[in-house]
Write a protein that binds this ligand. Structure first.
Ligand SMILES: [Fe+2]
Ligand SMILES: [Fe+2]
Length: 301
């Protein structure tokens, strides 16, 4: 058995032809306390390799998970974890922005989300993200009981579970960055964060909660989550490996949410009046999100 550095292990795995099934590499860490981190740090490159492989693979003749061209012609999406194969640029949100609007958004906001931040700043940014995730849990929980179609109910239930998972991920990461006591002192309520978030950000979640028809609710799901996909994708390239690994899971979920919302809108929002309501709501949400983006750019996070 030879001893080599961990980075070379993955190079070697990729370079050597596949052998019989079984253990090929044994990782030994002398520090028990870091066992969790070591395990995660080994998973991150594997997730990256899987993501790169998925990107290099030509799309199948049918569906590409989470990818969309229009709300009117949805394809089925399969949620997955670990690989960020979904791109917000294929969403209805990007379509609503148009090529120029999407480019403007990326030019303006990507540098903000990619800015290098210390642990305190990162914890504050994640606290802001957490506000949205937790509001989604509460609001979609309310919608669930007023929804008739079983298929939509099932999707809402899955979304609630995912958004709760995202809330927990951000909380855990904040604790790892600044400690549990600081999180409890400064970020006691996952629905609020003092400073760092603009009033428009909270208005977005208030409006989200006020959506009183299936058309309006679905519009919030697929437009807002595509914006979240944009923000998370922008963070992906510059964030530390542990957060990046979590973000890949979250992004895969958000890709499913966008696909689900668009698919259900195409299936259940079919009447002329409802389609008009949907279009009006889409426009309104895109306007709020433009203000939310501007709010982020001038905020303290
Ligand atoms: Fe989420
Ligand atoms: Fe979501």
């Amino acid at each position: 058995m030879s001893k080599i550095g961990s980075a070379r292990v993955f190079d070697q795995l990729a370079a050597e032809p596949r052998r019989d099934p079984g253990v090929r590499i044994l990782g030994v860490s002398p520090l028990n306390a870091l066992a969790g981190d070591v395990e995660r740090n080994r998973r991150t490159p594997l997730a990256g390799i899987r993501g790169a492989a998925a990107r290099l693979r030509p799309p199948p003749s049918g569906a590409m998970p989470g990818r969309r061209t229009t709300a009117a012609s949805p394809r089925h999406a399969t949620p997955s974890t670990g690989d960020a194969v979904w791109s917000w640029t294929d969403s209805r949100f990007a379509q609503l922005l148009g090529e120029r609007g999407a480019t403007d958004l990326a030019t303006k906001a990507v540098p903000f989300f990619r800015r290098e931040r210390g642990p305190e700043e990162l914890a504050r940014l994640f606290a802001v993200f957490r506000v949205g995730e937790h509001h989604a849990v509460i609001t979609i929980g309310d919608w669930l009981k007023h929804t008739e179609a079983l298929e939509v109910k099932e999707g809402f239930a899955r979304l609630i579970w995912h958004e709760a998972r995202h809330t927990i991920i951000w909380t855990r990461r904040m604790r790892e960055l600044v400690g549990t006591r600081v999180v409890e002192q400064h970020y006691p309520d996952p629905r609020r964060v003092e400073g760092g978030a603009s009033p428009e950000y909270f208005r977005l979640w208030d409006e989200y909660a006020k959506a009183d028809s299936l058309a309006r609710r679905l519009a919030y799901i697929y437009v807002v989550d595509a914006w979240a996909g944009f923000a998370y994708t922008a963070c992906l390239e510059c964030i530390d490996p542990v957060t990046r690994w979590h973000l890949q899971t979250i992004l895969a979920d958000e890709g499913f949410h966008v696909s689900f919302g668009e698919e259900m809108a195409a299936k259940y929002v079919t009447g002329g009046k409802e389609r008009e309501e949907l279009a009006r709501e889409e426009e309104k949400i895109v306007g709020i999100l433009a203000n939310v983006t501007d709010g982020f750019l001038t905020s303290e996070v």
